[in-house]
Write a new protein. Sequence first.
Length: 157
Amino acid sequence: MLTNLSGIRSTAAWLAPLVIALPVSACAPQHSAPVQTQATDPSVTYKYRGDDELVAANDKAMAYCAQYRSTATTARIDSTSDGAKEVTFQCVPAPNLAATQIYNPNYPYGYRSDEDLLSVTESADRYCSNDGSQRALTTVTTDPNGNKVVSFHCVPR
């Protein structure tokens, strides 16, 4: 009985990279947009990984709370068993415009924790909203000393 070895070899050569790539790609971290895990009036919870997703979760919470004519404020941040985190926002009446924190959109803000990042993000949102604008661009970076820095820019609606 004769076997076509060249056909088997060409098929094996074609399958080998796939067989090797599958286990490697399965181990790679998978990051996506923050995922809403719960929503009750007047709060919403998102699962996230990393600073960019946390800022995106804040943006989604602001949009969620806007339907109640409210603003999102951070209620709590918890770690999950899979290494991600969950942030819960409460929808509260928009603050008195005179009582909002002074914010300079041209100044980068350093932060050390997720809570710090959300606090400065909320201040930027209030500043831009009071100015009749919206926060359009958030840039999260690490400076040469290893400190995390965030900056915001407002654009007209």
